[in-house]
Design a protein around this ligand. Structure first.
Ligand code: HEC
Ligand code: HEC
Length: 356
Protein backbone atom coordinates (compact mmCIF):
# COMPACT_ATOMS: atom_id res chain seq x y z
CA UNK A 1 0.00 0.00 0.00
CA UNK A 2 1.49 3.34 -1.03
CA UNK A 3 1.11 6.06 1.54
CA UNK A 4 1.10 9.65 0.44
CA UNK A 5 1.89 12.53 2.71
CA UNK A 6 2.84 15.92 1.35
CA UNK A 7 6.60 16.16 0.93
CA UNK A 8 6.70 19.51 2.64
CA UNK A 9 5.76 17.77 5.87
CA UNK A 10 8.56 15.26 5.69
CA UNK A 11 10.95 18.10 4.97
CA UNK A 12 9.69 20.23 7.80
CA UNK A 13 9.59 17.42 10.33
CA UNK A 14 12.93 16.04 9.21
CA UNK A 15 14.65 19.25 10.25
CA UNK A 16 16.51 19.39 13.54
CA UNK A 17 14.02 19.44 16.37
CA UNK A 18 14.86 22.70 18.00
CA UNK A 19 12.56 25.64 18.48
CA UNK A 20 13.23 28.06 15.66
CA UNK A 21 13.55 31.69 16.64
CA UNK A 22 12.53 33.89 13.77
CA UNK A 23 14.50 36.99 13.00
CA UNK A 24 12.14 39.47 11.45
CA UNK A 25 13.12 40.90 8.11
CA UNK A 26 15.35 43.92 8.70
CA UNK A 27 14.55 45.57 5.37
CA UNK A 28 10.94 46.18 6.44
CA UNK A 29 9.79 49.53 7.89
CA UNK A 30 11.42 50.52 11.17
CA UNK A 31 9.70 49.77 14.44
CA UNK A 32 7.72 52.51 16.19
CA UNK A 33 9.86 54.71 18.44
CA UNK A 34 10.78 53.16 21.75
CA UNK A 35 9.46 49.66 20.97
CA UNK A 36 11.35 46.39 21.30
CA UNK A 37 11.21 43.65 18.63
CA UNK A 38 9.13 40.66 19.76
CA UNK A 39 11.10 37.44 19.77
CA UNK A 40 8.70 35.09 18.01
CA UNK A 41 9.24 31.40 18.59
CA UNK A 42 7.70 28.96 16.16
CA UNK A 43 7.49 25.27 17.06
CA UNK A 44 9.89 23.08 15.09
CA UNK A 45 8.01 21.36 12.31
CA UNK A 46 5.87 24.34 11.38
CA UNK A 47 7.05 26.31 8.35
CA UNK A 48 8.41 29.85 8.69
CA UNK A 49 5.27 32.00 8.83
CA UNK A 50 4.81 34.85 6.38
CA UNK A 51 4.41 37.90 8.63
CA UNK A 52 3.00 41.27 7.56
CA UNK A 53 5.89 43.68 6.91
CA UNK A 54 3.77 46.70 7.80
CA UNK A 55 2.88 45.54 11.32
CA UNK A 56 6.06 44.13 12.78
CA UNK A 57 5.64 42.40 16.10
CA UNK A 58 6.88 44.31 19.13
CA UNK A 59 6.80 43.40 22.81
CA UNK A 60 4.59 46.43 23.43
CA UNK A 61 2.23 45.75 20.49
CA UNK A 62 1.71 42.08 21.39
CA UNK A 63 1.07 42.96 25.07
CA UNK A 64 -1.49 45.59 24.05
CA UNK A 65 -3.13 43.09 21.67
CA UNK A 66 -3.36 40.47 24.41
CA UNK A 67 -4.95 42.99 26.77
CA UNK A 68 -7.45 44.07 24.10
CA UNK A 69 -8.30 40.43 23.33
CA UNK A 70 -9.51 40.15 26.93
CA UNK A 71 -11.10 43.61 27.03
CA UNK A 72 -14.84 43.77 27.77
CA UNK A 73 -14.86 47.54 27.18
CA UNK A 74 -14.87 46.70 23.47
CA UNK A 75 -18.47 45.41 23.70
CA UNK A 76 -21.75 47.31 23.80
CA UNK A 77 -22.71 46.13 27.30
CA UNK A 78 -19.06 46.00 28.52
CA UNK A 79 -19.60 42.32 29.37
CA UNK A 80 -18.01 40.52 26.44
CA UNK A 81 -14.43 40.23 25.21
CA UNK A 82 -12.95 38.35 22.27
CA UNK A 83 -11.84 35.78 24.83
CA UNK A 84 -15.46 35.19 25.92
CA UNK A 85 -16.00 33.22 22.70
CA UNK A 86 -12.36 32.37 21.98
CA UNK A 87 -11.31 30.92 25.34
CA UNK A 88 -7.58 30.31 25.81
CA UNK A 89 -8.03 26.94 27.57
CA UNK A 90 -10.21 25.75 24.68
CA UNK A 91 -7.67 26.48 21.94
CA UNK A 92 -9.35 29.89 21.69
CA UNK A 93 -12.66 28.35 20.55
CA UNK A 94 -16.12 28.49 22.17
CA UNK A 95 -15.86 24.83 23.19
CA UNK A 96 -19.22 23.26 24.02
CA UNK A 97 -21.27 25.81 22.10
CA UNK A 98 -22.31 25.05 18.53
CA UNK A 99 -23.20 28.72 18.11
CA UNK A 100 -22.01 31.57 20.31
CA UNK A 101 -24.14 34.02 22.23
CA UNK A 102 -23.37 37.68 21.57
CA UNK A 103 -23.41 40.38 24.23
CA UNK A 104 -27.17 40.85 23.81
CA UNK A 105 -27.80 37.11 24.16
CA UNK A 106 -28.59 36.69 20.44
CA UNK A 107 -26.84 33.88 18.59
CA UNK A 108 -25.02 33.92 15.26
CA UNK A 109 -25.20 31.18 12.64
CA UNK A 110 -21.63 29.83 12.68
CA UNK A 111 -19.34 28.03 15.10
CA UNK A 112 -16.47 30.01 16.67
CA UNK A 113 -13.26 28.40 15.41
CA UNK A 114 -10.15 27.87 17.48
CA UNK A 115 -7.49 30.53 16.92
CA UNK A 116 -3.96 29.26 16.24
CA UNK A 117 -1.52 29.13 13.33
CA UNK A 118 -3.43 32.12 11.93
CA UNK A 119 -0.20 33.50 10.46
CA UNK A 120 -0.39 30.89 7.68
CA UNK A 121 -3.87 31.84 6.53
CA UNK A 122 -5.09 34.67 4.37
CA UNK A 123 -8.86 34.21 4.30
CA UNK A 124 -10.44 34.54 7.70
CA UNK A 125 -13.90 33.32 8.78
CA UNK A 126 -15.52 30.12 7.48
CA UNK A 127 -16.31 31.92 4.22
CA UNK A 128 -12.96 33.74 4.03
CA UNK A 129 -14.56 37.16 3.87
CA UNK A 130 -11.68 39.05 5.53
CA UNK A 131 -8.17 39.05 4.09
CA UNK A 132 -6.27 40.31 7.14
CA UNK A 133 -6.46 39.81 10.89
CA UNK A 134 -6.46 43.55 11.47
CA UNK A 135 -9.64 43.93 9.36
CA UNK A 136 -11.19 40.78 10.79
CA UNK A 137 -10.78 42.05 14.36
CA UNK A 138 -13.07 45.03 13.81
CA UNK A 139 -15.97 42.85 12.59
CA UNK A 140 -16.90 41.09 15.86
CA UNK A 141 -16.75 44.40 17.76
CA UNK A 142 -19.46 45.84 15.49
CA UNK A 143 -21.45 42.67 14.77
CA UNK A 144 -24.89 42.99 16.48
CA UNK A 145 -24.90 39.26 17.38
CA UNK A 146 -21.37 39.46 18.80
CA UNK A 147 -19.95 42.44 20.72
CA UNK A 148 -22.53 44.90 19.37
CA UNK A 149 -20.47 48.08 19.77
CA UNK A 150 -19.66 51.00 17.48
CA UNK A 151 -15.99 51.62 16.80
CA UNK A 152 -16.40 55.22 17.99
CA UNK A 153 -17.73 54.05 21.37
CA UNK A 154 -15.08 51.35 21.67
CA UNK A 155 -12.37 53.97 21.13
CA UNK A 156 -14.05 56.38 23.57
CA UNK A 157 -14.20 53.68 26.27
CA UNK A 158 -10.49 52.96 25.92
CA UNK A 159 -9.68 56.69 25.83
CA UNK A 160 -11.42 57.16 29.22
CA UNK A 161 -9.43 54.33 30.79
CA UNK A 162 -6.59 55.25 33.17
CA UNK A 163 -3.88 53.29 31.35
CA UNK A 164 -4.89 52.58 27.72
CA UNK A 165 -3.87 56.00 26.26
CA UNK A 166 -0.30 55.57 27.54
CA UNK A 167 -0.18 51.91 26.48
CA UNK A 168 -1.24 52.75 22.91
CA UNK A 169 1.42 55.50 22.80
CA UNK A 170 4.06 52.99 23.92
CA UNK A 171 3.00 50.40 21.33
CA UNK A 172 2.73 52.79 18.38
CA UNK A 173 5.38 55.40 19.24
CA UNK A 174 2.87 58.25 19.27
CA UNK A 175 -0.37 59.22 21.03
CA UNK A 176 -3.73 58.16 19.74
CA UNK A 177 -6.31 55.38 20.02
CA UNK A 178 -7.93 54.56 16.68
CA UNK A 179 -9.89 51.58 15.30
CA UNK A 180 -6.93 50.94 12.97
CA UNK A 181 -4.54 50.65 15.90
CA UNK A 182 -6.94 48.36 17.79
CA UNK A 183 -6.90 46.08 14.73
CA UNK A 184 -3.11 46.19 14.41
CA UNK A 185 -2.53 45.34 18.08
CA UNK A 186 -5.04 42.44 18.00
CA UNK A 187 -3.35 41.20 14.81
CA UNK A 188 0.07 41.23 16.50
CA UNK A 189 -1.20 39.18 19.42
CA UNK A 190 -3.07 36.68 17.23
CA UNK A 191 0.03 36.19 15.07
CA UNK A 192 1.91 34.85 18.11
CA UNK A 193 -0.47 31.88 18.61
CA UNK A 194 1.27 28.79 17.23
CA UNK A 195 0.10 25.22 17.82
CA UNK A 196 2.79 22.72 16.88
CA UNK A 197 3.82 20.86 20.02
CA UNK A 198 1.41 17.95 20.03
CA UNK A 199 2.23 14.27 20.46
CA UNK A 200 2.16 14.03 16.65
CA UNK A 201 4.91 16.66 16.44
CA UNK A 202 7.00 14.92 19.10
CA UNK A 203 6.67 11.65 17.17
CA UNK A 204 7.88 13.37 13.99
CA UNK A 205 10.89 14.62 15.96
CA UNK A 206 11.48 11.11 17.37
CA UNK A 207 10.85 12.33 20.92
CA UNK A 208 7.75 10.17 21.41
CA UNK A 209 6.15 7.08 19.91
CA UNK A 210 2.66 6.46 18.60
CA UNK A 211 0.77 3.56 20.16
CA UNK A 212 0.08 0.85 17.54
CA UNK A 213 -3.50 2.13 17.31
CA UNK A 214 -2.39 5.76 16.73
CA UNK A 215 0.03 4.59 14.04
CA UNK A 216 -2.78 2.64 12.38
CA UNK A 217 -4.90 5.81 12.54
CA UNK A 218 -2.15 7.90 10.93
CA UNK A 219 -2.00 5.37 8.10
CA UNK A 220 -5.79 5.50 7.68
CA UNK A 221 -5.60 9.31 7.75
CA UNK A 222 -3.08 9.59 4.93
CA UNK A 223 -3.99 6.59 2.78
CA UNK A 224 -6.18 7.50 -0.22
CA UNK A 225 -9.49 5.83 -0.88
CA UNK A 226 -9.07 4.13 -4.21
CA UNK A 227 -10.58 0.62 -4.18
CA UNK A 228 -9.38 -0.07 -7.75
CA UNK A 229 -5.80 0.22 -6.48
CA UNK A 230 -6.59 -1.69 -3.31
CA UNK A 231 -6.48 1.48 -1.21
CA UNK A 232 -9.14 1.77 1.49
CA UNK A 233 -7.88 4.68 3.59
CA UNK A 234 -9.75 7.65 5.02
CA UNK A 235 -8.19 10.01 2.46
CA UNK A 236 -8.23 12.82 5.03
CA UNK A 237 -4.80 14.20 4.07
CA UNK A 238 -6.07 15.16 0.62
CA UNK A 239 -7.70 18.21 2.19
CA UNK A 240 -6.29 18.19 5.74
CA UNK A 241 -2.66 17.38 4.83
CA UNK A 242 0.63 19.03 5.78
CA UNK A 243 1.83 20.30 9.14
CA UNK A 244 -1.13 22.67 9.45
CA UNK A 245 -3.59 19.81 8.81
CA UNK A 246 -5.40 21.90 6.20
CA UNK A 247 -4.76 23.60 2.89
CA UNK A 248 -7.43 26.14 3.90
CA UNK A 249 -9.26 25.76 0.57
CA UNK A 250 -13.04 26.17 0.37
CA UNK A 251 -15.06 22.99 -0.12
CA UNK A 252 -18.39 21.28 0.45
CA UNK A 253 -17.79 18.13 2.50
CA UNK A 254 -21.26 16.67 2.08
CA UNK A 255 -23.17 17.76 5.17
CA UNK A 256 -26.50 18.68 3.48
CA UNK A 257 -28.62 17.81 0.46
CA UNK A 258 -30.13 21.30 0.55
CA UNK A 259 -27.65 23.59 2.30
CA UNK A 260 -29.07 26.73 3.87
CA UNK A 261 -25.79 28.63 4.41
CA UNK A 262 -24.33 29.85 1.09
CA UNK A 263 -20.81 29.84 2.59
CA UNK A 264 -18.07 31.06 0.25
CA UNK A 265 -20.61 31.95 -2.46
CA UNK A 266 -21.73 34.85 -0.27
CA UNK A 267 -18.28 36.38 -0.78
CA UNK A 268 -17.39 35.45 -4.37
CA UNK A 269 -20.96 35.42 -5.82
CA UNK A 270 -19.82 32.38 -7.80
CA UNK A 271 -22.47 29.61 -7.74
CA UNK A 272 -19.70 27.00 -7.79
CA UNK A 273 -18.75 28.18 -4.29
CA UNK A 274 -22.25 27.59 -2.91
CA UNK A 275 -22.13 25.91 0.52
CA UNK A 276 -18.35 25.63 0.50
CA UNK A 277 -16.48 26.47 3.69
CA UNK A 278 -12.83 26.88 4.60
CA UNK A 279 -11.24 23.50 5.32
CA UNK A 280 -10.34 23.77 9.02
CA UNK A 281 -7.14 22.62 10.68
CA UNK A 282 -7.46 19.36 12.62
CA UNK A 283 -5.12 20.42 15.39
CA UNK A 284 -6.50 20.81 18.94
CA UNK A 285 -9.81 19.10 18.11
CA UNK A 286 -10.44 17.79 21.63
CA UNK A 287 -10.57 21.43 22.78
CA UNK A 288 -12.71 22.88 19.99
CA UNK A 289 -15.87 20.81 19.58
CA UNK A 290 -18.62 20.77 18.47
CA UNK A 291 -17.49 20.59 14.86
CA UNK A 292 -18.19 21.99 11.38
CA UNK A 293 -19.15 25.54 10.37
CA UNK A 294 -22.34 25.40 12.42
CA UNK A 295 -21.17 23.09 15.17
CA UNK A 296 -23.66 20.38 14.16
CA UNK A 297 -21.41 17.39 14.96
CA UNK A 298 -20.66 16.81 18.63
CA UNK A 299 -17.95 14.15 18.72
CA UNK A 300 -14.93 13.00 16.72
CA UNK A 301 -16.54 9.57 16.54
CA UNK A 302 -19.49 11.11 14.68
CA UNK A 303 -17.15 13.14 12.45
CA UNK A 304 -15.44 9.94 11.33
CA UNK A 305 -18.90 8.39 10.90
CA UNK A 306 -19.79 11.26 8.58
CA UNK A 307 -16.80 10.64 6.30
CA UNK A 308 -17.27 6.88 6.55
CA UNK A 309 -20.91 6.66 5.49
CA UNK A 310 -22.70 10.01 5.93
CA UNK A 311 -21.60 12.02 2.88
CA UNK A 312 -24.65 13.61 1.28
CA UNK A 313 -24.81 14.48 -2.44
CA UNK A 314 -25.41 18.04 -3.58
CA UNK A 315 -24.41 20.17 -6.56
CA UNK A 316 -21.18 21.53 -5.11
CA UNK A 317 -20.09 18.43 -3.16
CA UNK A 318 -16.31 18.05 -3.47
CA UNK A 319 -15.71 15.78 -6.50
CA UNK A 320 -13.42 13.47 -4.53
CA UNK A 321 -16.06 12.87 -1.86
CA UNK A 322 -18.76 12.48 -4.53
CA UNK A 323 -16.99 9.41 -5.95
CA UNK A 324 -17.03 7.64 -2.63
CA UNK A 325 -20.63 6.41 -2.56
CA UNK A 326 -21.56 7.94 0.77
CA UNK A 327 -18.11 7.72 2.30
CA UNK A 328 -14.91 5.72 2.71
CA UNK A 329 -16.62 2.90 4.65
CA UNK A 330 -13.96 2.35 7.30
CA UNK A 331 -14.12 -0.86 9.32
CA UNK A 332 -14.55 -0.53 13.09
CA UNK A 333 -10.85 -0.97 13.82
CA UNK A 334 -9.75 1.73 11.31
CA UNK A 335 -12.56 4.01 12.50
CA UNK A 336 -11.40 3.86 16.15
CA UNK A 337 -7.75 4.15 15.13
CA UNK A 338 -8.47 7.32 13.14
CA UNK A 339 -10.16 8.89 16.17
CA UNK A 340 -7.15 7.92 18.32
CA UNK A 341 -4.80 9.51 15.78
CA UNK A 342 -6.78 12.78 15.68
CA UNK A 343 -6.35 13.04 19.46
CA UNK A 344 -2.56 13.07 19.03
CA UNK A 345 -2.84 16.46 17.31
CA UNK A 346 -3.64 18.33 20.51
CA UNK A 347 -1.09 20.81 21.82
CA UNK A 348 -1.51 20.83 25.60
CA UNK A 349 -0.55 24.52 25.88
CA UNK A 350 -3.89 25.22 24.14
CA UNK A 351 -5.96 23.25 26.63
CA UNK A 352 -4.95 25.16 29.75
CA UNK A 353 -6.09 28.66 30.57
CA UNK A 354 -2.98 30.79 30.13
CA UNK A 355 -4.28 33.88 31.87
CA UNK A 356 -4.47 34.18 35.65
C1 HEC B 1 -19.93 36.21 20.31
C2 HEC B 1 -18.78 35.35 20.12
C3 HEC B 1 -17.55 35.95 19.48
C4 HEC B 1 -16.82 37.04 19.91
C5 HEC B 1 -17.10 37.96 21.10
C6 HEC B 1 -15.69 37.14 19.02
N1 HEC B 1 -15.72 36.15 18.09
FE1 HEC B 1 -14.30 35.72 16.71
N2 HEC B 1 -15.53 34.39 15.86
C7 HEC B 1 -16.77 34.02 16.33
C8 HEC B 1 -17.46 33.24 15.32
C9 HEC B 1 -18.85 32.65 15.46
C10 HEC B 1 -16.59 33.14 14.22
C11 HEC B 1 -16.89 32.47 12.87
C12 HEC B 1 -17.80 33.40 12.09
C13 HEC B 1 -17.86 33.11 10.61
O1 HEC B 1 -17.03 32.39 10.10
O2 HEC B 1 -18.74 33.68 9.94
C14 HEC B 1 -15.37 33.87 14.60
C15 HEC B 1 -14.24 33.95 13.80
C16 HEC B 1 -13.07 34.59 14.19
C17 HEC B 1 -11.83 34.55 13.44
C18 HEC B 1 -11.56 33.80 12.14
C19 HEC B 1 -10.78 32.54 12.39
C20 HEC B 1 -10.59 31.71 11.16
O3 HEC B 1 -10.06 30.59 11.29
O4 HEC B 1 -10.95 32.12 10.04
C21 HEC B 1 -10.92 35.33 14.14
C22 HEC B 1 -9.46 35.59 13.77
C23 HEC B 1 -11.62 35.87 15.29
N3 HEC B 1 -12.92 35.38 15.29
C24 HEC B 1 -11.09 36.78 16.19
C25 HEC B 1 -11.87 37.50 17.09
C26 HEC B 1 -11.43 38.70 17.78
C27 HEC B 1 -10.08 39.37 17.61
C28 HEC B 1 -12.47 39.10 18.58
C29 HEC B 1 -12.56 40.32 19.45
C30 HEC B 1 -12.37 41.62 18.81
C31 HEC B 1 -13.53 38.12 18.40
N4 HEC B 1 -13.15 37.19 17.48
C32 HEC B 1 -14.73 38.13 19.11
C33 HEC B 1 -17.29 34.34 17.57
C34 HEC B 1 -16.85 35.41 18.32
C1 HEC C 1 -12.67 16.99 0.19
C2 HEC C 1 -11.93 17.59 1.28
C3 HEC C 1 -12.01 16.95 2.63
C4 HEC C 1 -11.70 15.64 2.98
C5 HEC C 1 -11.22 14.54 2.07
C6 HEC C 1 -11.88 15.56 4.40
N1 HEC C 1 -12.30 16.76 4.91
FE1 HEC C 1 -12.67 17.17 6.83
N2 HEC C 1 -13.39 19.01 6.32
C7 HEC C 1 -13.42 19.52 5.04
C8 HEC C 1 -14.18 20.75 5.04
C9 HEC C 1 -14.42 21.65 3.84
C10 HEC C 1 -14.63 20.95 6.35
C11 HEC C 1 -15.52 22.09 6.86
C12 HEC C 1 -16.93 21.78 6.41
C13 HEC C 1 -18.00 22.65 7.02
O1 HEC C 1 -17.92 23.00 8.20
O2 HEC C 1 -18.98 22.94 6.31
C14 HEC C 1 -14.10 19.84 7.13
C15 HEC C 1 -14.28 19.69 8.51
C16 HEC C 1 -13.73 18.68 9.26
C17 HEC C 1 -13.74 18.63 10.71
C18 HEC C 1 -14.35 19.68 11.63
C19 HEC C 1 -13.26 20.53 12.24
C20 HEC C 1 -13.79 21.72 12.99
O3 HEC C 1 -12.95 22.44 13.56
O4 HEC C 1 -15.00 21.97 13.02
C21 HEC C 1 -13.09 17.49 11.08
C22 HEC C 1 -12.84 17.01 12.50
C23 HEC C 1 -12.68 16.82 9.85
N3 HEC C 1 -13.08 17.58 8.78
C24 HEC C 1 -11.99 15.62 9.83
C25 HEC C 1 -11.75 14.91 8.65
C26 HEC C 1 -11.32 13.53 8.62
C27 HEC C 1 -11.02 12.68 9.83
C28 HEC C 1 -11.24 13.18 7.29
C29 HEC C 1 -10.91 11.82 6.70
C30 HEC C 1 -11.81 10.75 7.07
C31 HEC C 1 -11.62 14.36 6.51
N4 HEC C 1 -11.94 15.37 7.38
C32 HEC C 1 -11.66 14.41 5.13
C33 HEC C 1 -12.83 18.94 3.94
C34 HEC C 1 -12.41 17.63 3.86
Amino acid sequence: MKLTWPLSVCGAFGAAGMIAALAQNSTTPTLPNGTTPYNLTVPAGLPAPPLPSDNRLTVQGVALGQRLFNEKLLSGNKMQACSSCHRPGSAFSDQGNALSKGSTGAKGTRNAPGLFNLAYQHDYFWDGREATLRAQALDPIQNPVEMNQTLANAVANLQKDATYPAQFAKAFGSKGITPGRIGLALEQYELTLFAGSSKFDLVQRKLAKFTPQEQQGFDVFRTPFNPRNGQFGGDCARCHGGPLFSDFKFRNNGLDANPTDAGREGVTKNPRDFATFKTPSLRNLTATGPYMHDGRISTLDEVVGHYSSGIVQSQTLDPGLARENGGVHLNASDHDALVAFLKTLVDSSFTKPIYP
